[in-house]
Design a protein around this ligand. Structure first.
Ligand code: ADP
Ligand code: MG
Length: 826
């Protein structure tokens, strides 16, 4: 039997060579294990192997030195060489080069000497043999030492397969690369005066003892010596005493601490110094843990997963792409992610994995966009004169930003491909009038328009806004507007059904009732969706299906930074209204503690006495509408009974029936109520220009964007308005957030601050948005994101379905990525 050359390509070089050497031994060192001989095998394949396992470079070099003249040697010498070669493969070949300290010192030499020794030492190394695995999707139980119990612990981390383990992101790293001679440590400690010195020493255990502290904890004490000195180490882990023996050579890494006059290690990481260093003397990964699973074990597991599976990792990125963006290969990145050679390498590795994530994300989004736009849509002829007449009929002129957005939309509508556009603008920036103008353009050309709102109240408000915006426009040219919500009576529904079919209704405004099957348009040309984040892609698709690929305009009042827009709405073109209509007042904003509450109540009373109205918002106490509703109800009753017995209060919460909510909102709008008490789950996106106070309880429980939305509910009329944030949170972050709101009134700016403070996961509310989780990518990686976007566009352009063989792996990656979240991209 010889080793087939097809194996050479597929296998991990180390495993393959091990096989070859074993065979050579069995055949009695005749140099017949591979055709052409061992030296030739190495010469032929060194290049390929190096590419696959750059970390093997040193080993491969030494191997060829050892085996160069193999063919010419006597069998006895050959046996010695093979033994040495096998030693090389099993010995600590993967020791990460320890970063050279400016003054290498004794310990540094020691580590290097040890490394040299390890190579020549003929004792078999203890390294666990990598098991043969055939797929990265093999369960973790295939790894040595992983039984059902360990597997269950790993499941808690979301790790089921070898692949999951390879992609397990360290929470952070500990830099233990600084190796010090023990004799210098005290000096180092006192000279820098820093409490935060981390370093590594290598030495012999000279003493181990165990005792009980005054507080009854078991304490293990050890002395470690090298030729320059001795240092104590203590652990509050009795287990250590069972493993440490005097005479052992160990490497210790950790934080130095002073105990009285003596510097010592407290709970340092340690491991025998004659093994491959995983926990000390290097940049050490710190993983997320679960009960009964320890860092050391997890490191050994990722090491085992790398040994067993890294050779199966194939890079889906073409080399030229990698070159263009300066990215390492995928196997390299995964290796460096766990056991990086330096902090920079760890960051480079993370960036590579982030790129892949962004790429999978963008490939999905760009493909979806391309798919939609590949379908034939309606080229809606735009009657510009009619639009201008409409705009002139308004009591105000459009802002430049509104005019620009409208132009972009109209131009898009005139194209034969279906529009997929996002209209983004802060609360009160005037999106509705832009939408109304677009709707008018469509209806003027004989198309129908659907406007989808997230709640009944908002749908009604839209219907009213549209009607009043069209009011100054010649009656014969006004589009006919109908409203459809779940509380629309049956008879009206029949009329709507009829009107939609015969085309007498041109604008249908409503809630998701619009998505029901019976709603059939004669000729739907434009679908406008408000508050996009509440509707999934699926609803968008349903709405689309009601027409012949109608143009779609999505409106959102949640300003998001551009980088995020690319992530969240990467399948849409974006128009932004980044300018407020003139004369808008600034809502005076105050962040106060609850000891001010009585004064705030007095202030509200004063405003009400002057004829204005107020909102009081209660936060989400629990993740349960029922509980929140109860909390708000209790507060409402207290306020009505004890604080404002003479005022008219209304209550709004998520457990009320739509008709009830509606009645309360309407009463508030019509000034039949002075104060509206509400939970956050209720959309308060209604225009009540007479409301001047927005009081938000437990303000730290809301995101910045949401607080800004609440604030946008006041300041809509002429009177000075106020937003008061009550919070007793001492948390720095919470205080910072509220402080940002006090001083910043620009929604985009606030969104950026929010993103920075809370990170994208919370900012987006990933679960709700239908976005898969980003694990490696951070939305601060704007450049990487843009690169991935560009790459995705390039790839989809040449291979829209990712059908080409060279894109097979990418396609798989895209599928896996979108499956990981609530993504509904098939
Ligand atoms: P958004 O939907 O973006 O929150 P709206 O469209 O509801 O904002 O507009 C808020 C208010 O501003 C409305 O009363 C609207 O009539 C008014 N408005 C819109 N555009 C302008 C403008 N260019 N100049 C003055 N007022 C405007
Ligand atoms: Mg609005």
């Amino acid at each position: 039997m010889t080793v087939r050359s097809s194996d050479v390509d597929r296998q991990d070089p180390a495993l393959l060579l091990e096989k070859v050497f074993a065979l050579e031994e069995r055949k009695g060192f005749q140099d017949t294990a591979v055709t052409g001989g061992l030296a030739a095998l190495l010469a032929r394949n060194a290049g390929t192997w190096l590419t696959a396992r750059p970390a093997l470079a040193a080993t491969l070099r030494r191997l060829s030195e050892l085996l160069d003249d193999y063919a010419a040697l006597a069998p006895a010498e050959r046996a010695r060489r093979i033994a040495a070669a096998r030693q090389l493969l099993t010995a600590p070949a993967r020791i990460t080069p320890v970063q050279r300290h400016r003054d290498p010192g004794h310990a540094q030499h020691a580590i290097e000497a040890r490394r040299r020794d390890g190579r020549q030492n003929s004792q078999p190394a203890k390294t666990l043999r990598a098991p043969a695995i055939s797929s990265l999707d093999d369960p973790v139980t295939i790894l040595p030492g992983v039984g059902t119990q360990r597997a269950r612990q790993l499941e808690a981390l979301g790790v089921y397969t070898v692949r999951d383990l390879l992609y397990l992101l360290p929470r952070r790293y500990e830099d233990y690369t600084q190796v010090q001679p023990i004799g210098r440590i005290a000096h180092l400690f006192y000279r820098t005066g820093s409490e935060e010195i981390r370093c590594t020493v290598i030495g012999e255990v000279t003493e181990v003892s165990e005792r009980e502290t005054a507080s009854g904890r078991r304490l293990v004490h050890a002395e470690i010596s090298d030729p320059t000195g001795t240092i104590p180490a203590i652990w509050f882990n009795p287990y250590v005493a069972r493993q440490l023996r005097p005479g052992m050579r160990i490497a210790l890494s950790g934080r130095l601490e002073r105990q009285r006059a003596i510097v010592c290690f407290r709970n340092p990481e340690w491991e025998p110094a004659d093994e491959d260093l995983l926990h000390t003397g290097r940049i050490v990964p710190v993983y997320p843990l679960t009960r009964n699973l320890y860092q050391k074990q997890l490191r050994q597991l990722t090491r085992a997963a790398l040994d067993a599976g890294l050779h199966l990792v194939i890079d889906p990125l073409p080399e030229d792409t990698r070159k263009r963006y300066g990215l390492p290969s995928l196997p390299e990145a995964i290796g460096q992610l766990h056991f990086p050679e330096s902090s920079q390498q760890a960051e480079i590795a993370r960036r590579r994995l982030a790129f892949d994530e962004f790429l999978a994300l963008q490939l999905g989004l760009v493909r979806r966009k391309a798919e939609w736009q590949a379908q034939p849509g309606n080229a809606i002829p735009i009657d510009r004169a009619r639009i201008d007449t409409f705009l002139r009929s308004l009591p105000f002129a459009l802002t430049n930003a509104q005019a620009r957005a409208l132009d972009e939309i109209l131009e898009d509508m005139a194209q034969p491909r279906p529009m997929s556009r996002l209209l983004q603008g802060d609360v009160g920036s005037g999106k509705t009038v832009v939408a109304a103008a677009a709707a008018l353009a469509a209806s003027a050309s004989g198309y129908q328009v659907a406007v989808l709102a997230p709640t009944e109240i908002l749908a009604e408000q839209h219907a009213q806004s549209f009607r009043s915006l069209y009011a100054g426009f010649p009656a014969d040219a006004r589009p006919a507007v109908a409203l459809l919500t779940s509380s629309t009576p049956e008879r009206a529904r029949q009329e709507i059904e009829q009107g939609l079919r015969d085309g007498s209704i041109q604008l249908l405004i409503g809630t998701h009732a619009i998505l029901e099957d019976w709603v059939q348009f004669q000729r739907l040309g434009l679908a406008i969706i408000d508050e996009q984040h509440r509707f999934g892609v699926l609803q968008r698709a349903t709405l689309r299906a009601k027409g012949d690929n109608p143009d779609v305009l999505v409106m959102t009042a949640t300003p998001i930074p551009r980088s995020l827009a690319l992530v969240l709405h990467g399948d849409l073109d974006v128009s932004i209204i980044d300018e407020m209509p003139p004369g808008r007042q600034t809502v005076q904003t105050y962040a106060v503690k609850s000891d001010m509450r009585q004064r705030v109540y007095q202030f509200i009373r004063k405003q009400v006495t002057e004829g204005y109205q107020a909102f009081i918002i209660y936060p989400l106490v629990e993740e349960s509408e029922a509980i929140d509703a109860r909390a708000a109800t209790v507060e409402f009753e207290r306020l009505q009974r004890e604080v404002f017995p003479d005022l008219r209060l209304g209550l709004l919460h998520g457990r009320m029936r739509p008709a009830e909510k509606d009645a309360v909102m309407t009463a508030f709008r019509d000034r039949e109520l002075d104060i509206l008490v509400s939970t956050a789950v209720v959309e308060v996106g209604i225009d009540v220009p007479n409301a001047t106070v927005m009081l938000i309880e437990g303000a730290d429980r809301f995101g910045l964007a949401q607080l800004h939305q609440f604030r946008g509910r006041v300041g809509r009329g002429a009177a000075q308005s106020y937003c008061i944030l009550i919070s007793d949170s001492e948390g720095q972050e919470a205080r910072d957030r509220l402080e940002a709101l006090v001083h910043t009134f620009d929604g985009f700016r606030l969104a950026e601050i929010d993103l920075q403070m809370r990170g994208p996961g919370e900012f987006l509310g990933t679960r709700q948005s239908g976005m898969p989780d980003l694990r490696f990518a951070s939305l601060a990686d704007v450049v990487t994101l843009q690169q991935a976007r560009r790459e995705a566009e390039r790839i989809i352009e040449i291979d829209p379905e990712l059908r080409r063989p060279e894109h097979r792996l990418l396609r798989e990656q895209v599928r896996r990525f979108w499956q990981s979240g609530a993504g509904d991209l098939s």
